[in-house]
Design a protein around this ligand. Sequence first.
Ligand code: SAM
Length: 217
Amino acid sequence: MERPSEADLARARALLVEELEAQGIRDKRVLAALARVPRHRFVPPHLVPYAYEDRPLPIGSGQTISQTYIVALSTEALALRPDDRVLEVGTGSGYQTAVLAELAGEVYTIERLPELSREAQERLEALGYRNVRFRVGDGTLGWPEEAPFHAILVTAGAPRVPEALLSQLAPGGRLVIPVGGRWNQDLTLVRREGDRFLHEVLCPCTFVPLIGEEGWP
Ligand code: SAM
């Protein structure tokens, strides 16, 4: 397929955001962030024509860029404020990282595959994001030196909520994580109220596995 023009891509992005609103995403700041971030810059060149379809796409190394609806729903559930410090586990292409960076003060993102982390860093720098820090490693252990975080987002499927991430959540903090089996999970919101953690299932989902000490072997 021929590469679409920048104008076609901008139109497709605007249409996708309208669809997300029709599907129930209400937070205007989240919708505006999705309207700004050029998803086509985060997918391999041959997939650019499909960048604004609401589905996951392969990004290499057996990994995926998440479906836009799930990105929108997860981000909305995090209820980010402009000064929030956010931890993301699973940088992948860096697309979700960019959406978080639009809405929060500082974003700390961890990816276990060095190649993906490097590519995401190059993309985000080229797009002008200056409030993101990258780390290569096992994100199931969090980023203890920078904790606590107001919000934590895990973008890979976990067998259970990692204890390390719960302990790095600030009081009043929000954690969104897919929890369940290796191929099917529930997107789950955990809210910390004092020493209590309240769990709410947002929707069923399918993420690649979270691999690590507090994830899958
Ligand atoms: N948010 C990404 C995006 O917008 O492109 C999609 C992330 S992809 C669905 C999940 C990512 O989590 C993969 O890149 C995978 O390598 C990474 N991952 C899996 N286990 C991890 C771990 N323990 N720590 C950090 N990253 C991990």
